[in-house]
Design a protein around this ligand. Structure first.
Ligand code: SAH
Length: 467
């Protein structure tokens, strides 16, 4: 590192500015923002610059630079277009160990002025060490557009409560965890919404009621059915915060790839009846990682609360007082339906839709069949491939017409999506002739017919990158 960034307190300190033109004026504006007393020495001085120097409590001397000007100043900025003079000033300052900045000549500088993103009291300084000011300015533009203006007010909020938090938490680590939570949580959102007074009240209450701090946190994230574009912004934001990511077979590899490069990735299963890590083990892992102070993302296929056992995982977290957030996801039924052109409801064909599990228990499926055979209802079976023969038989046995349309969607929303359409009476034979691969979703009901009208084009189930 050629230059160590330091933030300098200039209030009331005399600073020498050599040069009286536009460049010097720009530097004078900066110095004046920082409260410095500006002494200008130049052959010619712009009136605006002279006024700024006087307002700052400094002065202007019209004439040639003299080494005596270097006495009793804290910082020197040379902004003249006279290279020989700039060089002379730089050497004189180096001899006296006086910090000097020469505009546009990094080799003559002992200090450089960075590009600044000003969200006072939060200030971000960017420097390329004088190698490429344009690059530094580009970085600044990026930060300018991504850091809300209200961050300065957030820093002021922290400053107002700094002593109170210090008094509450003797331990420095507890203080860090407390502030991390506050600055990323609902109190910060209040500041962003311009409600500083409410944020103050909330923070005062939070300090009052805060118990021992737990650094870890768990995000139970619905990752959607496969296509990474179906993740929510919130899912992506929290995933990228995580130190550890737990995922299973249903989560697309491209989605796991979106986590931070330094995040630990843990595969936790599960294939049908082949649980790599049993559910209790997953619950325990979440607790253990969070207890180590880590931010843990638990990625779940689809939506965590739809046949996802998400409820069980957070029940344990709640019992252990571990903070958590649940992020909903696009469930397989919604994803497969839209990507295969089958609306789950339709004014003419289905006024309701039911999501049921076709998972076999003791070689049979326990479902209220009589309720599933109403004609104006769509029934979606999750985990139904193995039980398909039984599902078709039972629906027919309980009164649904053998001609009822049924669709089986393999790996919906992914490039491997495949849709097989048939009727309750011929679907089993169709699948035997044209095998499919898990995960698959089954949709039963008249709405399946609409696919022929609503699928955008016939072969859209074949590999389509954007599917
Ligand atoms: N929580 C998930 C469901 C988990 S149960 C969700 O909301 O989608 C697992 C079952 O979901 C699979 O057996 C399959 O029936 C269905 N499933 C998940 N992703 C799927 C996909 N991309 N295509 C078809 N079915 C899928």
């Amino acid at each position: 590192m050629e230059f160590l960034p330091l933030f300098t307190q200039l209030t009331g300190k005399p600073c020498l500015l050599l040069g009286g033109g536009q460049v010097a004026l720009r530097k004078a504006r900066l110095l004046s923002k920082a409260g410095a007393k500006i002494r200008v020495v130049a052959r010619d001085v712009l009136p605006e610059l002279a006024a700024l120097a006087e307002q700052s409590g400094g002065e202007v001397r019209v004439g040639e630079f003299d080494e005596a000007d270097l006495g009793q100043v804290f910082l020197v900025i040379a902004a003249t277009d006279d290279h020989a003079l700039n060089q002379h000033v730089s050497e004189a300052c180096h001899q006296r160990l006086l910090p000097v900045n020469v505009v546009d000549s990094p080799e003559l500088c002992s200090v450089i002025l960075p590009a600044i993103v000003d969200r006072s009291p939060l200030v971000i300084a960017i420097s390329s060490g004088g190698k490429s000011p344009v690059l530094a300015r580009m970085m600044r533009s990026r930060l300018e557009s991504s850091i809300p203006a209200s961050y300065g007010r957030l820093a002021n909020l922290a400053s107002r409560f700094r002593d109170a938090v210090k008094a509450k938490f003797g331990d420095i680590e507890d203080r860090r965890l407390f502030w991390e939570r506050v600055l990323q949580g609902p109190i910060a959102e209040m500041v962003f919404a311009g409600k500083d007074a409410v944020a103050d009240q909330m923070l005062a209450k939070e300090i009052d009621q805060a118990g021992p701090q737990v650094g870890g946190e768990v995000y139970l994230i619905g990752a959607g059915p496969g296509d990474p574009d179906l993740m929510t912004f919130k899912a992506l934001r929290l995933l990228q915060k995580a130190d550890v990511v737990l995922y299973d077979r249903l989560v697309a590899p491209e989605i796991v790839e979106m986590c931070r490069k330094d995040a630990e990735r843990v595969f936790v299963g599960k294939k049908r009846s082949d649980h790599a890590v049993p559910q209790d083990g997953i619950n325990q892992l979440l607790i253990d990682y969070a207890r180590q102070g880590k931010k843990v993302a638990r990625l779940k296929g689809g939506d965590p609360f739809i046949f996802g056992r998400g409820g069980e995982e957070i029940e344990q977290l709640a019992l252990q007082h571990i903070p958590f957030q649940v992020v909903p996801g696009v469930t397989a039924a919604a994803g497969c339906a839209s990507y295969s052109g089958i609306p789950l409801t339709h004014r003419d064909y289905a006024q309701s839709v039911r999501f049921v599990t076709g998972h076999l228990k003791d070689n049979s499926i326990n479902l209220p069949w009589a309720e599933l055979v109403h004609s104006h209802q769509t029934v979606v079976f999750y985990m139904g491939l193995v039980g398909l023969p039984s599902i078709c038989d039972q629906l027919i046995a309980h009164g649904r017409s053998p001609d009822t349309p049924i669709a089986l969607i393999q790996q919906g929303t992914t490039p491997n999506q495949k849709v097989v359409v048939g009727t309750l009476s011929n679907m089993v034979a169709k699948i035997a002739a044209d095998p499919v691969q898990a995960p698959t979703l089954i949709i039963v009901g008249e709405v399946v017919q609409l696919r022929s009208k609503l699928a955008w084009y016939e072969d859209r189930d074949l590999a389509q990158p954007q599917l």
